[in-house]
Structure formats: C-alpha cells, structure tokens
Design a protein around this ligand. Structure first.
Ligand code: SF4
Ligand code: SF4
Length: 178
C-alpha cells in the first residue's frame, strides 16, 4: 500500500471513531451517589491484617518502612513471651503516602496491604496520621489463609526447628565431620 493511501486509511479510522462516539449515549456516574466498584488490586488505604488464628501478622521487621520512598511508615518492634515479634506501635502518615504499593510488595508476612478504599481526605492534616489501632483489621485481607509463623522456621508455639511447613529437619553439623 502506498504511503498516501495508508495516511488516508489512518485518517478515516480516526474519523470513524469520532463519529461512533458522537452518537453514543453519554454515561454519567454521579459520585458520591454512585461509586464505581474498583478492582481488588487498587492501591489506596492501607490496612494491617491478621493470620487465620487471629494473630497479628506484622512481625515489625521494618522492611516496609525501609522501602517506603517517602518515609511515611514508622514503628517500634518488640517480642512476646512465646517468641513472636510484633509492633508495639505502628504509624502511617497518609498525608505523605503516594500509594505506590512498595510496602505491600516488601512485606514477608502479607501483613500490610493496600485496599480499594480511597476516600481518606480530611480537612485537618493531622487526622491523616493513622496509628496501629486504626490500621489493624480482623481478617486476612487478600491473603486469608497465610500464616507466616507456620512457614518461617522461627521457634514459637507454632513449632520448633524442622516442624514448620516445607521446613527440613535441622542438620547435625557434627555428623558432617570426618
Ligand atoms: S504505599 Fe508507598 S508511599 Fe505509601 S506507605 Fe507504602 S511504600 Fe510508603
Ligand atoms: S508490615 Fe510487613 S514489612 Fe512492615 S514491619 Fe510488619 S511484617 Fe515487616
């Protein structure tokens, strides 16, 4: 096909699209009366989830705060008597968050998750600082069955070394000696 013919064809295709839209019934979604259902992977308000036993998933490893490009996550780690780590306090400043989702990607326990809930605007900027009690919910979010301590190989009441799912028995180093 000659270049001139190709140009005419492309032009005709463009005009055809314009013409098609000219006669289409307009769709008006009147927010906030109508809220369009958003996909589950939409990146908005952040939550902290629990494992299927109801325990806090967050082990206060600081990975999310380290990866956050705007440094809006802070926490203090501590440990329970049975060896499980958790965050004594956990804070997200949503006035700085850019909802990039990197914290969720970095989290080894599936604790921190972004949700489709985007209506978090406030007049007073300080009310956008969420504490752990504002973030922690009662279920597992997108990953309901996952329980980090059943896989992690960390000694807790979930099991000792070698008892976790897909974990090999510990090697007796003395048996390797000549
Ligand atoms: S979504 Fe991005 S900016 Fe917001 S807390 Fe997570 S890593 Fe930080
Ligand atoms: S939310 Fe996840 S990445 Fe952040 S401290 Fe807790 S376990 Fe680590």
């Amino acid at each position: 096909m000659s270049p001139a013919l190709e140009a005419v064809k492309a032009l005709a295709a463009g005009f055809a699209t314009t013409l098609k839209h000219l006669f289409r019934k307009p769709i008006t979604e009147e927010y906030p009366e109508y809220k369009r259902p958003l996909p589950q992977r939409t990146r908005a308000r952040i939550i902290l989830t629990r494992d299927p036993d109801g325990g806090e998933r967050c082990v206060a490893c600081y990975l999310c705060s380290a990866v956050c490009p705007v440094s809006c996550i802070s926490m203090q780690s501590t440990e329970r008597e049975d060896g499980r780590r958790y965050a004594a306090w956990f804070r997200i400043n949503f006035s700085r968050c850019i909802y990039c989702g990197l914290c969720e990607e970095a989290c080894p326990t599936s604790a921190i998750q972004l949700t489709p809930e985007f209506e978090t605007c406030e007049r007073d900027i300080l009310t956008l600082v969420y504490e752990k009690e504002d973030l922690l919910i009662d279920h597992g979010g997108k990953d309901k069955e996952y329980n980090f301590y059943k896989y992690a190989g960390v000694v807790t009441k979930e099991g000792v070394k070698g008892e976790h799912i897909k974990e090999s028995k510990p090697v007796d180093v003395k048996s390797n000696l000549p």
